[in-house]
Write a protein that binds this ligand. Structure first.
Ligand code: MZP
Length: 495
């Protein structure tokens, strides 16, 4: 057997060492935009997200509700695969009903105004809103109005309600054709955001993703409106029924697929990727994994994978290492695969993003994963704790918990994920059924995690993920310095 000389390591064993913080290295200047699928040097990545977080391909994490909430925050969900094909496709369709767009103007609003009228009011009001017109022209009929975060909303209860929904990346349309603005207002006041009414099938009341980096001086809002897109959603697939599942998901509008498996270094994955690439002339994007080393990465990349997912055995609900004795420390896996990704880019001019999957316990682990070279991060436990996850919330003692179970548990029965070509059943469990502490809304938690991430990047003098990956300096920590890192040698006051 080949023996690795160094132990494989986890996120907990590393810290970042600050670099020079320049005066313009401030959180507002940090962009967390990140590529999701492969692209050629000098070309634009065909699919990127505004924050580097994606939700796990799991029954207890990623349904349409989670996908809508996360896409609104600038991330992406992969709807779980361990369900009937039509049911999964329906979840994808549900997410795709929502539109994302990028139009910004500073203006005041009235439902019978044209966009031109609205723009003319800009100077007088100083309000920042987004207007959407039927034909995208400034004289077209006004379809909707979006309040951006900057919109100084405080005068009416509706204003307050709308501002509650805002994230740094999102905005809300609250008008639509066929109804007056005040009617739209009433509807929103009465409904939760995730159940916004569809007042007219053709003119959906839709949610818009507001680009944080929008620059009103450089970009024409009307041009950005023709580019108006629907919310982005991914979907998991397996290496068994892909010939039926993939066409259904593609038809439903999935933007990207990902083969979901605990061990991706297999000929099954190669066959699946190649079938998809041939069948759709290379146009359908598909990620693969999971792998933990250079060999696995290159195998999937050469098979045509659009991104590669990294991690075996590090998931919070995962007992693969205990059951089968395979796996590798997550930090070491990410570092090695990122190195292989960079070498491959240098040799071929093709950049294949990598996703660190599983094992994130603290928010700062996300930042470490990026520094180690991950382009984006997949999380299960993290998202399972929020209102938007599909599982039950229960009271346990004096606190609330949410259910969270692994795809390799008897509860999920996702034998395809652990398939080694044998019988069509889960022969033994590789995951557990558990509870996680309930943590409130996704938006509140993601906002905090993102702000910590940006703050750390500023400490390290980086304002983009690419720059951070290149310049970050990581140090291993001893077990005693981990103790030093928490509050120590003080008597904590009761909170
Ligand atoms: P975590 O964010 O909860 O630590 O890990 C989530 C990841 O664990 C998933 O994205 C998936 O790769 C992996 N997973 C899901 N189910 C199991 C299992 O039952 C598992 N063993 O390991």
């Amino acid at each position: 057997a080949y023996l690795y000389n160094e132990p494989s390591r986890t996120f907990n064993e590393y810290l970042l060492v600050p670099n020079l913080t320049k005066k313009d290295s401030v959180p507002d200047n940090v962009s967390l935009k990140t590529p999701i699928v492969r692209y050629k040097k000098g070309e634009q990545c065909p699919l990127s997200t505004n924050i580097p977080l994606v939700s796990a391909i799991m029954q207890s994490v990623s349904d349409s509700n989670m996908a809508i909430a996360l896409a609104r925050c600038g991330g992406l969900s992969f709807v779980f695969v361990s369900q009937p094909i039509e049911q999964q496709a329906e979840m994808v369709r549900k997410v795709k009903k929502y539109k994302a767009g990028f139009v910004v103007s500073d203006s005041c609003l009235k439902p019978d105004q044209t966009l031109k009228d609205v723009l003319n009011l800009k100077a007088r009001t100083g309000h920042s809103t987004i207007a959407v017109t039927e034909d995208g022209s400034s004289t077209g009929k006004l379809l909707g109005l979006i309040a951006s975060r900057d919109y100084r909303l405080s005068r009416t209860p509706l204003d307050k309600k709308i501002s509650e929904f805002m994230t740094p990346f999102s905005s809300l349309i609250y008008g639509t054709e066929g109804i007056t603005l005040s009617e739209a207002n009433d509807m929103i006041w009465d409904h939760k955001l995730n159940s916004l009414p569809i007042v007219n099938k053709d003119q959906l009341l839709v949610y818009m993703v507001f680009r944080k980096d929008y620059d009103a001086h450089k970009e024409n809002p009307l041009e950005l409106l023709d580019q108006s897109k629907r919310l982005v959603v991914g979907a998991g697939i397996n290496t068994r029924d892909y010939k039926e599942r993939v066409p259904a998901l593609v038809k439903a509008g999935a933007d990207v697929l990902c083969i979901d498996s605990s061990d991706g270094y297999s000929e099954w994955q190669k066959d699946t990727i190649q079938w998809i690439k041939q069948e759709y002339n290379g146009e359908v994007k598909v990620g693969a994994g999971n792998v933990v080393d250079k060999e696995g990465f290159l195998y999937l990349v050469n098979a045509g994978a659009d991104f590669v997912k990294v991690g075996i055995g590090g998931g919070s609900i995962c007992i693969t290492r205990e059951q089968k004795g395979i796996g590798r420390g997550q930090a070491t896996s990410v570092i090695e695969v990122a190195k292989a990704r960079n070498e491959y880019f240098k040799e071929t001019g093709i950049y294949v993003p990598i996703c660190s999957d599983g094992g994130i316990v603290h928010d700062y682990h996300m930042t470490l994963a990026l520094a180690m070279g991950a382009d984006f991060i997949m999380l299960g436990r993290y998202f399972a704790r929020f209102d938007e996850s599909p599982t039950r919330r229960l009271k346990m003692g004096s606190s609330y918990v949410k259910e969270y179970w692994g795809e390799g548990s008897n509860r999920a029965r996702n034998w395809e994920r652990y398939d080694t070509g044998g019988e069509e059943r889960l022969e033994f469990e590789e995951g557990v059924d558990s509870y996680v502490p309930y943590a409130g809304s996704l938006k509140d938690n993601v906002d905090i995690a993102i702000s910590k991430m940006k703050s750390t990047m500023c400490n390290c003098g980086a304002v983009t993920i690419e720059e951070f990956q290149k310049t970050a300096r990581l140090t291993l920590v001893s077990s005693t310095s981990i103790i030093e890192g928490g509050a120590h040698d003080v008597i904590l006051k009761e909170s």
